[in-house]
Unconditional design. Structure first.
Length: 95
């Protein structure tokens, strides 16, 4: 397992989501066209809450999981509207 935070940004962006240690309930709700961590970051920065909260069965807890992953992986690139809880979590992936 590799720590995502130890990688350069371009390498982070190419990590397939299915290789990241995210809860399955979160992975199952992310649209199938979002394949990599970079895809998820792009989608998040374009549509932080509004888009994600319209996804069936994706609630605030899952939304916070996504935000924590992105803010941990890309602290200078991940947008927030201030309603998300930040936490120091170690995210890893099988790569």
């Amino acid at each position: 397992m590799k720590k995502i935070s130890d990688l350069p940004d371009e390498e982070k962006k190419s990590i397939p989501l299915r290789h990241i240690d995210l809860p399955i309930r979160v992975l199952n709700r992310i649209p199938e066209e979002v394949v990599t961590l970079g895809d998820l970051l792009d989608l998040w920065n374009k549509n932080p809450d509004t888009y994600f909260l319209k996804i069936p069965d994706l609630g605030r807890v899952s939304l916070n999981e996504i935000y924590k992953l992105l803010s941990h992986s890309f602290p200078n690139e991940c947008r927030s509207n201030g309603s998300h809880k930040s936490a120091r979590i170690l995210y890893t992936y099988n790569g």
